[in-house]
Ligand binder design. Sequence first.
Ligand code: F6P
Length: 340
Amino acid sequence: MTTSIEKQSGKAGARLAVLTSGGDAPGMNAALRAVVRVGAARGFEVFGVQHGFSGLIAGELRPLGPRDVGGIIERGGTLLGSARCAALKTEAGQLEALAQLQRRGIEHLVVIGGNGSQTGAWALARRGLAVAGVASTIDNDLPGSDITIGCTTAVDVALESVDRLRTTASSQGRVFLVEVMGRDCGYLALQVGIASGAELIVTPEASLSAEAVAAGIREAYGRGKSHAIIVVAEGASLDAEALAKRLAELQQLQPQTPLGFELRVCRLGHVQRGGAPGAVDRLLGTRLGAAAVDCLAEGVGGMLLGQIGGRLARTPLAEVAGSTKAPDPALLELARTLAL
Ligand code: F6P
C-alpha cells in the first residue's frame, strides 16, 4: 500500500546513502535511525556507508532497512563507524566517491558530521550530487545550528567528571586544571565551566595569561576557598599541561607569593565523546535526520540541517563549508563576570 507520505514525496525507488564522518558524537545513531526509517517511509532505498568518506571511496556500502537500526537510539558512537578522510580533499578522491555512488544508482547522500565533514559534503554537492548535511559535533562550532548533535551529552559527561574532581580537590586543598575538548572553539569549556561553578574558565576566545590564572588562584585562596577548579579549553593558547608548567615556573620565580593550593591536571579527552546520548541529543538527532531526508525528498540539495531559535533550519552548505562559529559573546561575558 502506498502511504500518503510516499505520494507526497514521489521518491519510490530512488536511492539514498547515509554516512557518519569525523569525530563521533552521542546522538549520531539517533540521526542515522531517523534517516533510515524516514527514508524508507518516503520511498527511498537506503544504503549505509561504513567509516565515513573513506568507506565511500572504498565502496563500503550496504543496504540498511528499518530493522537494521533497531536498538541504536540509546547507544553512543555510530553504528556505521566514522573516520577523518584526507583523500576527500583531492579531486581524485571526490570523483571516486561520486563514482561509487553512481555505480549503485545512488543519487542522494546524507552526511552526519561536523565542520570538516560538511566541507566534504559541499565538495560533492558542487559536483552535482544531491547532498544534505546533518549538524553533528560535540564542539558546537558549526554555523547553521545553535546546537549540534552530541554537544549537550558531552557537556553532561564532562560535568560529572568535574563534580567528582571537586570532591577530591576540596578534600586535599588542591586546584585542578581540567582540560575539555572543543578543538579551536571554547563553547564546551564555557558550558562546562559555567555549569560546574568553575573558579576560572580559559578558552581560545577569552584567553588568560598564566600570570592572570595565578592571580585568580591566589584570590580564590585568599577568599577562603578550600579548592579551585579551572576549566581549560584544549584550543586555548596554553593547554592545561602547558599552563601547569608555566604556573610551576612562576612559583619558582616568585616563591614569596604562593598559589595557596597544590596543583593537579586532568585531561578529560575522549571520555567526553563516549557514553549514551541524553534526551536532547536523541531528539535533536532524530529531528535533524528526518529533516535531511525531507529536504532531499523535496528535491532540495546542498543544505545543512540544523536548529536555530528552536526551529529546523536549512543553511546552504556553501556558507557552512570551511567556516566556524564562535561562542555567543554574551556567554563569554557571563563567564568573565562569574570568574570574579
Ligand atoms: O571534533 C570533535 C573532537 O572531539 C574535538 O573536540 C577534538 O579536538 C577532536 O575531535 C579529537 O579528534 P580525534 O578523535 O581524531 O583525536
